[in-house]
Design a protein around this ligand. Structure first.
Ligand code: ATP
Length: 251
């Protein structure tokens, strides 16, 4: 994914001031990139642009060399608010199947694909449950399953674990890394949590605000597979946290 000179102002913004101005960065195929930055700096707006849900005022986004002009078929999106993102009147299996219907996959092929992805996100026995009968962590796993079922090459995630308790969050981070290793999508993951960004990412992109722009790109050289206890205790982890914290504090 190549983002070049991206500029966007919400219609009616005071003075036509752009939220994002002349922002450029690129992501390699299969890379896991986390995006951090001050609250309100434009992280969600950036993801909406990347998903083709908003149209840039200037600049462009290319995926595999092709300019993004609308929602690409080959892209999955996971929102923070699982309760609103899932369809409460459809069972878990039918929620995941929705991702295949949208991708135009024939009905006879859908069942095994749904079961396979539910197993991968560690939700093997929930097919007949409704989202309202599942915990927050399970619902978020379900949303990830729905985003991954059609095997997108790009996965955009907007603070997906922010509303979860710490232990559930750790479990979901590890579950996400597991499916990322298996299915190898390119991931762009927005988070407020610097530790989460370091734990997950190959590279952390730091944005500043007014307007949003890349101030720093920090490679994360921690070995994989990562471990919640051991990785976070490494000197390199602590050093990266300090570096990111100081960068954001200076903005
Ligand atoms: N639909 C909208 N119309 C007008 N302005 C908007 C709209 N959505 C967001 N904004 C403004 O754009 C700016 C960036 O918002 P955005 O949600 O992208 O930031 P963010 O970095 O994701 O925020 P947070 O970290 O709090 O989740 C904010 O000033 C916000 O008020």
């Amino acid at each position: 994914m190549e983002v070049t000179g991206l500029t966007y102002a919400y219609p009616g913004a005071a003075g036509g001031r752009p939220v994002i101005e002349d922002l450029s960065f690129s992501v390699r195929p299969g890379e896991f990139v986390c995006v951090v930055g001050p609250s309100g700096c434009g992280k969600t707006t950036l993801l909406r642009l990347l998903a083709g849900l908003l149209r840039p005022d200037a600049g462009e986004i290319r995926v595999d060399g092709t300019v993004v002009n609308g929602p690409p078929e080959d892209l999955g999106f996971v929102f923070q608010d699982h309760a609103r993102a899932l369809l409460p009147w459809r069972t878990a299996a039918k929620n995941v199947e929705f991702g295949l219907e949208a991708a135009g996959v024939p009905r006879r092929l859908r069942g095994p694909m749904v079961q396979d992805v539910l197993r991968r996100v560690h939700l093997p026995d929930v097919e007949r449950l409704y989202p309202g009968q599942m915990s927050g962590g399970m619902q978020q796993r379900l949303q990830i399953a729905r985003a991954l079922v059609a095997r997108p090459s790009i996965l955009l995630m907007d603070e997906p674990f922010a509303a979860l308790d710490a232990l559930t969050r750790f479990a979901l981070e590890d579950g996400l890394l597991e499916v990322w290793h298996e299915l190898a999508p390119t991931v762009l993951f927005v988070t407020h949590d610097l530790d989460e960004a370091i734990y997950l990412a190959d590279r952390v992109v730091v944005l500043r605000r007014n307007p949003a722009n890349v101030v720093r790109e920090v490679p994360v050289a921690l070995e994989r597979p990562r471990d919640q206890g051991r990785s976070r205790a490494q000197d390199e982890f602590v050093r990266l946290r300090f570096e990111l914290f100081e960068t954001i504090r200076s903005l």
